[in-house]
Design a protein around this ligand. Structure first.
Ligand SMILES: *Cc1c(COP(=O)(O)O)cnc(C)c1O
Length: 393
């Protein structure tokens, strides 16, 4: 059997995890089946009794899902990956697997909105409390840690302001306090950043974003060491939030172009960030690839590319922001990101609309802020799409 660790990332992304059947299929086989058949009653008993390896039911294992898991584990440099039905299912099941009532989470306040809801409104019902801290305020992280803190949770770069946190530093803080560091690596993907190599214990993904990369399917994953993932898998197979074989197959196709796409997203986003910085109607551009970005140096050492997401502020608040968004003909007005198609969003009234005005101000989400997920279209066409609206501001 091939040891995929001997190969480079691009090769792993195209090939790792495939186990051909006797049919000799070139593309990965799609096992669209809910259950598996046994040769006889004794084999069924052996499988159910864990005395024999093999598939029983697709909520437990499915060969196409396994291929996705193996490939992602190799790409992230983890011992194992577990696929989940969505990014949120990956995060919830990680928490259910690792935490119990009375435990405490310290989380960046700049995590995905639904993650905030999950921690604040849902886990709290089961006796797990969360303290939210500003992503790059390390003193706040240190002060928030308590004797019962079990998880530190962050996303870097943050969405939409692209702040960059020092993963190695927060891993050290977690381990000094017998806690685990969980990093949501959705924005960079392993093509640009490998948190486990920087000391993180667990990586979670929304595969819905760049791993698919073409806006087709929901999915997620948890990656890390066998010992931690065993508890998470035990919850997942009972909670039932497992990934469908079809979606796993779509993600496998997406991952084959991951390196190429992330490089192209990064190039296009940098070109857009530089162009936006030169527009008089725009007062601020947030992109880690700009030398003016406060954590540009850290981004250069921690990431191998700056990614496809940026945000910017227009003078004139919400009216100007909406006017610019509504003037686009090409860029899609949608809340999603990580697609070959560029998307544009007004965070204050959509992704961050549930926050109070004070919370939004604290998180630096101004009314003039616009998020752009830069796709793979021609950069000149994207600039022209925004230039038309900018002219009228
Ligand atoms: C979208 C997203 C999620 C949630 O993923 P779903 O697949 O929508 O459940 C989690 N984290 C980040 C950073 C995301 O962008």
């Amino acid at each position: 059997m091939i040891d995929w660790n001997e190969f480079e990332f691009e090769t792993q992304a195209v090939r790792a995890g495939q186990h051909r059947t006797a049919e000799g299929e070139h593309s990965e086989a799609l096992f669209l089946t809910s259950s598996f058949v046994f040769e006889n009653a004794a084999q069924a008993a052996a499988r159910f009794g864990h005395r024999e390896e093999g598939n029983i039911y697709s909520r437990f294992t499915n060969p196409t899902v396994n291929t996705f898991e193996e490939r992602l584990a190799i790409l992230e440099g983890g011992e194992r990956a577990i696929a989940a039905a969505s990014g949120m299912a990956a995060i919830l099941n990680t928490c259910l697997g690792l935490l119990r009532a009375g435990d405490h989470i310290v989380a960046s306040q700049s995590v995905f909105g639904t993650t905030v809801i999950l921690f604040k409104n849902i886990l709290s019902k089961f006796g797990v409390e969360t303290t939210f801290v500003p992503l790059v305020d390390y003193t706040a992280w240190e002060q928030a840690v308590k004797p019962n803190t079990k998880l530190l949770f962050l996303e870097t770069p943050s969405n939409p302001l692209t702040e960059i946190a020092d993963i190695a530093r927060l891993a050290t803080l977690a381990h000094q306090n017998q806690a685990y560091l969980v990093v949501d690596n959705c924005l960079c993907t392993p093509a640009l950043q490998r948190p486990l190599s920087l000391g993180a214990d667990i990586v979670v993904h929304s595969a819905t974003k760049y791993l698919d990369g073409q806006g087709r399917c929901l999915g997620g994953a948890v990656v890390g060491k066998h010992a931690l993932l065993e508890d998470i898998y035990a919850v997942l197979r009972s909670s039932g939030a497992t990934l469908s074989a079809f979606n796993a197959w779509v993600f496998l196709k997406g991952m084959e172009t991951l390196s190429l796409r992330m490089r192209a997203h990064s190039e296009n986003a940098l070109a857009m960030a530089q162009w936006l910085s030169a527009q008089p109607q725009i007062t601020q551009v947030y992109y880690p690839g700009l030398e003016s970005h406060p954590q540009h140096a850290l981004a250069k050492t921690q990431q191998s590319g700056f990614g496809g997401l940026l945000s910017f502020e227009v003078a004139g608040g919400q009216n100007a922001a909406w006017q610019l968004i509504d003037s686009t003909r090409l860029i899609s007005i949608t809340g999603n990101l990580g697609d070959t198609k560029s998307t544009i969003t007004h965070p204050a009234t959509t992704t961050h609309g549930r926050l109070t005005p004070e919370e939004r101000a604290g998180a630096n989400i101004s009314d003039g802020l616009i998020r752009l997920s830069v796709g793979l279209e021609n950069v000149g066409d994207l600039q022209a799409d925004l230039a038309r609206g900018l002219k009228n501001l």
